[in-house]
Design a protein around this ligand. Structure first.
Ligand code: GUN
Length: 283
């Protein structure tokens, strides 16, 4: 079994981004990312802090707009519009989930698709589907980069994705289809999960349930990508896969932590740099 080491690859990508940032700065362009966080969700706050620190590390300017959970929806839209019009901001990110009283779709659709470095706007989701240029959501983008780094064959492979979220499962499905893989997508209403995972050459799991994927559900020699983020009873970060047992059976496995997580941040930075480079050619 070989570990899919996301930490090392993410560090390589960040080093490369740092070099590109320095080149942009010589051309008087400091890449800028605006992050909007609404409410007091501790996990969201942690993610936003991690993203902001990563920006600092590679020389991207970042600004965090923190808003209370009872904020008026229009105020969020107004802040986004301000960032859309700000020439120093290349990327706009609204940390999800939003409080229940706020319409997530309305907020995402207020972001200029050219600055939607999270790739959540319908325009960018459509671009993945059409396999045209756009911003790819960071987590699925990171999964594909990680698999490619290890030269794992995608073309013609049977892929089973467990979890059909808008930000991971569904875009990941399109990315695999674009690589000519054959994809099945499972979710909470799937009748017999094992019947789907057991035949897959590559299993990707993004559900948020500790121990969901057990060794009996995985084919010998399969590739297993764990995208789950959970805290166990001791407060330790853990994924959705029974790592101990599954790692004895599979050919490659991504650990949690140290697998897809660091890749997510690296790909967000890459999307931000991509947008900043467009500033140079468009403006
Ligand atoms: N919540 C969980 N993952 C993400 C992400 O990649 N981007 C944003 N904005 N919110 C998230």
């Amino acid at each position: 079994m070989i570990l899919l080491d996301g930490t090392t690859l993410a560090n390589e990508i960040k080093q490369n981004i740092k070099i590109q940032t320095e080149i942009l700065k010589k051309q008087d362009i400091t890449p800028g990312l605006a992050v909007i966080i609404v409410g007091d969700d501790i996990a969201s706050q942690t993610y936003v802090d991690m993203k902001s620190r990563a920006c600092d590390m590679v020389g991207i300017y970042s600004i965090i707009h923190k808003m209370p959970s009872n904020i008026n929806e229009q105020k969020i839209v107004d802040t986004i519009k301000m960032m859309n019009d700000n020439d120093n901001i290349d990327g706009i990110l609204v940390q999800l989930p939003l409080p229940a009283n706020i319409d997530e779709n309305k907020i995402i659709q207020a972001i200029n698709p050219q600055k939607d470095v999270d790739g959540f706007h319908p325009f960018n989701i459509g671009s993945i589907s059409l396999n045209t240029d756009g911003y790819i959501p960071a987590t699925p983008y990171g999964v594909i980069k990680l698999l490619k780094k290890y030269s794992i064959k995608l073309k013609g492979q049977n892929v089973c994705i467990v979890g059909a979220s808008n930000i991971v499962g569904k875009p990941l499905m399109s990315l695999f289809v674009n690589e000519y893989a054959t994809v099945e997508i499972c979710h909470i209403h799937t009748k017999d999960l094992k019947a789907h995972t057991i035949d897959a050459d590559i299993v990707c799991v993004a559900v948020g349930k500790i121990g969901l994927i057990t060794a009996d559900m995985i084919k010998d020699g399969a590739v297993v990508v764990d995208i789950g983020i959970n805290k166990d009873s001791d407060g330790r970060l853990t994924g959705d896969v029974d790592f101990e047992a599954v790692s004895k059976k599979c050919s490659y496995i991504s650990p949690v932590p140290g697998g897809v997580g660091p890749m997510t941040i690296a790909m967000l930075l890459e999307n931000t740099i991509k947008s900043a480079k467009k500033r140079k050619t468009d403006g």
